[in-house]
Design a protein around this ligand. Structure first.
Ligand SMILES: O=C(O)c1ccccc1N[C@@H]1O[C@H](COP(=O)(O)O)[C@@H](O)[C@H]1O
Length: 212
């Protein structure tokens, strides 16, 4: 993990064949939405067997919104998830409890026209990563980008995922991003043929642009 190229996460997977096609591109992370109100809700469409068959090295992320700790940990155990992404109003205490159970935590925050970085400080030590997503009508998956310049003065010791409407049109900008603390790019609704079904060819094009 010494490259300056951010790691790549593809989120919102829920169909076995599509999962295999995207996994073949070797993203660093694959995300599965466990928020029942999402159009990308994975439900029972993917089994432990299908997730276990993913290539070694791809880390499996469960995405939860204001879910209780027991339910989160039960999903982690059931499906062999490697990390959880907490995309609601989870407290530092809940993040710490999940971390203490041995599960790394990505804590998501919604970014509007302005962002108060002070709200992050209580989470330093109980989140392994932050994730910055655009504020919108839904907790996530809104498909719109925020002004990434807001992150240019980021100075906390927690690396972060950049999310929110990332698209192929931004490939040049994404390739040249120089943001302090940037760890990974999170690709979701802008790479879909329908909710929860990723366009593997479009993702392939972006991966080539970012990794070449
Ligand atoms: O994608 C969803 O439906 C979703 C629902 C609830 C919480 C998070 C969700 N997805 C996350 O949203 C961001 C941004 O996605 P987009 O690029 O704006 O579509 C991403 O981190 C997804 O993991």
């Amino acid at each position: 993990m010494t490259s300056t190229i951010p790691y790549l996460k593809v989120c919102g997977m829920r169909q076995p064949e599509n999962l295999a096609a995207v996994a073949a591109l070797r993203p660093d992370f694959l995300g599965f939405i466990f928020y029942p109100k999402s159009s990308r809700y994975v439900g029972t469409q993917l089994s432990q067997k299908e997730l276990a068959a993913l290539p070694a090295g791809i880390r499996k992320v469960g995405v939860f919104v204001d879910e209780n700790t027991e339910a989160v940990l039960a999903r982690v155990a059931e499906l062999g998830l490697d990390l959880v992404q907490l995309h609601g109003h989870e407290t530092p205490a809940q993040c710490a409890t999940i971390q203490a159970a041995g599960v790394p935590v990505i804590k998501a925050f919604s970014v509007g026209e302005e962002f108060d970085f002070e709200q992050l400080k209580p989470y330093v030590g109980s989140a392994d990563y932050f994730l910055f997503d655009t504020k919108g009508a839904q907790p996530g998956g809104n498909g719109t980008a925020f002004d990434w310049n807001l992150l240019s003065s980021y100075n906390l010791p927690v690396p972060y995922f950049l999310a929110g409407g990332l698209s192929i049109e931004q490939a040049d900008t994404l390739r040249n991003l120089q943001l302090p603390g940037l760890f990974a790019l999170d690709l979701n609704s802008r790479f879909e043929t329908e909710p929860g079904v990723k366009d593997a060819e479009l993702l392939r094009q972006l991966f080539i642009e970012l990794r070449s």
